[in-house]
Write a protein of this length. Structure first.
Length: 186
């Protein structure tokens, strides 16, 4: 299992950056999030323990796509979702959807909701295996939102599923058989 805690990403994001690669996984917010996230060090003032933060009041939706840098399949186990209530608003919930794209086609999806100023572990069952990519999209706050409200993710737990060596051996064996057959008929 791989736990991505963004501690190595402090200072990344923002500006013109559209993605972050860490621990073999890519977080790409270029399509899902008009606003760029910021990465705050663990325990930083205002971070609330969540290190990858998105603007909670900027656009209608914000989020990130997640996929393996080398194209491997992966399983999503959990991530911590949190929101900051820096403006003193009442606990208006953030609503989000996680969509996983399966290798062979099809999707899995899970909705979640979290009150402003809280955090929780979002866990996934055994159907979240053999994924090509995952989209995490959060609707920004509706009425009553104020600047400085933010939401974010942290401690993303994935299992990368490496392509087995047997697949490569099987493919090369088929190629050899084809070459031998071609040679025999020539």
């Amino acid at each position: 299992p791989v736990l991505i805690d963004f501690e190595d990403a402090s200072g990344a994001g923002g500006g013109s950056s559209t993605m972050l690669t860490t621990k073999g996984m890519v977080f790409d917010w270029s399509v899902l999030s008009p606003s760029k996230p910021v990465f705050v060090p663990q325990g930083a003032a205002g971070g609330g323990g969540i290190e990858m933060l998105f603007c909670g009041w900027c656009e209608a939706n914000n989020g990130t796509s997640l996929y393996a840098a080398d194209g491997s399949l992966f399983d999503l186990t959990s991530f911590r979702f949190g929101s900051l209530n820096l403006s003193g608003n009442p606990s208006i919930p953030y609503n989000g959807t996680v969509t996983g794209y399966l290798a062979g086609g099809g999707t899995v999806s899970q909705n979640f909701s979290l009150a402003l100023g809280t955090s929780d572990l979002i866990s996934f069952d055994g159907s979240w295996t053999g994924l090509v990519s995952v989209d995490i999209v959060v609707a920004t706050l509706a009425d009553g939102h104020q600047p400085f409200d933010a939401f974010g993710i942290d401690n993303v737990a994935v299992n990368v599923v490496p392509i087995p060596a047997a697949v490569w051996l099987f493919g090369s064996g088929l190629g050899l058989l084809g070459w031998l057959r071609h040679r025999k008929t020539a």
